[in-house]
Design a protein around this ligand. Structure first.
Ligand code: KG4
Ligand code: ZN
Length: 338
């Protein structure tokens, strides 16, 4: 079964064709990073205009690369939230239009739910559920327990900034270019992780929530007090503080919930120190770890088409009148809007 997925929730225009929920026939991602870089963040108005220009060529390329004709598609899926309203509208409406024209079902997909399952798209280890799945991106930090495909429970999330947002804001304080996460990751390799004792917020808290805004403020005060601070040391020490909390909470959740495996997705899950730290702790606790390749960690349409396959099999179909849901969170379990 071939599903065309479309993703335009933020600053990536993406289309993919995925067969049977696991075989990626194509996954075209056109990033707008260069467009937004001069502004130090995503400018919604510019993002939606660029989506409008790119959506048709990106879909056409995804179809061509997949080797499938439009008529060989069995369904069309698109992200309906969360994300930027004006960006979501482009992908959702184009996808609806294609599905309607082809006379095929249309499925609206929650972007966070797609992130949750993206590591399984590669590992295909659906037998390793229940699993603790961490979503760490520029907009979200969510720790979830996935009990079966389509069934999950949010254990905790950030109470303020997302982990990626903290990386981006700290990078800005250090005068690094946008997006800051990859820059901090690169510079941290030359720094001393123990140079500065930044706070690990909520590390000893009994729950699974996170908080990163205090850490960002600590970096700000440190830089005010030490204007000539070694940038690599600041990057390494800040990154270590974020990674310590993410890894500790993920492992504690995995042990307390007695799951079979751990997975992580979202842009921050590409971070080299995060991968190293999480892998070491998972190994120490005998927990198999599933991480998606970088191309599937950041925003992409393959994860949208993949999750749509499981929903399609479960009988889910969305209504043509369905609208975007920019502020929707991760619903407790399977909830494709009708
Ligand atoms: O998942 P993503 O592409 O988009 C969202 O849905 O937000 O994540 C983007 C975020 C940005 O904050 C970026 O700085 C961060 O992921 N990021 C990283 C790394 N690569 C991307 N953060 C830390 N280390 C990295 N290597
Ligand atoms: Zn995302």
């Amino acid at each position: 079964m071939n599903i065309l997925g479309v993703e335009t929730s933020c600053d990536e225009t993406s289309a993919a064709v995925v067969s049977d929920g696991v075989e990626i026939l194509s996954n075209v991602v056109s990033s707008q990073i260069d467009l937004h870089r001069p502004y130090g963040g995503v400018v919604p108005e510019l993002a939606s205009r660029r989506h409008l220009e790119l959506i048709q060529p990106v879909i056409r390329e995804a179809i061509e690369l997949s080797g499938c004709a439009f008529t060989e598609l069995d369904a069309v899926a698109a992200t309906y939230g969360p994300g930027l309203a004006s960006s979501l509208l482009i992908g959702l409406n184009v996808a609806k239009g294609i599905a309607f024209r082809l006379g095929k079902p249309f499925l609206a997909i929650n972007h966070l739910e797609a992130h949750l399952y993206s590591p399984l798209l590669v590992s295909r280890r659906f037998d390793m559920l229940p699993m603790i799945s961490l979503i760490v991106s520029g907009g979200h930090t969510i720790l979830a327990l996935v009990t079966e495909v389509g069934r999950h429970q949010v254990l905790g999330q950030t109470l303020d900034d997302a982990a990626g947002e903290a990386f981006d804001k700290v990078a800005k304080l250090l005068g690094l270019r946008y997006p800051g996460g990859p820059e901090v990751d690169r510079l941290a390799r030359q720094g001393d992780r123990a140079a500065i004792a930044f706070p690990r917020a909520m590390l000893d808290d009994a729950g699974y929530n996170f908080s990163f805004s205090g850490l960002k403020t600590s970096v700000l005060y440190y830089l005010k007090k030490h204007p000539n601070a070694n940038v690599a040391d600041v990057c390494a020490s800040f990154q270590e503080a974020v990674v310590d909390v993410l890894v500790a909470k993920t492992i504690r959740a995995a042990r307390e919930k007695a799951v079979r495996a751990v997975s992580a997705s979202g842009g921050v899950s590409i971070n080299s120190r995060f991968r190293e730290g999480l892998a070491a702790e998972c190994q120490r606790h005998n927990l198999p770890l599933y991480l998606a390749p970088a191309s599937l960690c950041t925003d992409n349409a393959a994860m949208i088409a993949a999750v749509a396959f499981h929903k399609f099999l479960g009988g889910a179909r969305s209504d043509w009148n369905l609208d975007v849901a920019p502020s929707i969170g991760l619903p407790p379990s399977d909830s494709t809007p009708g």
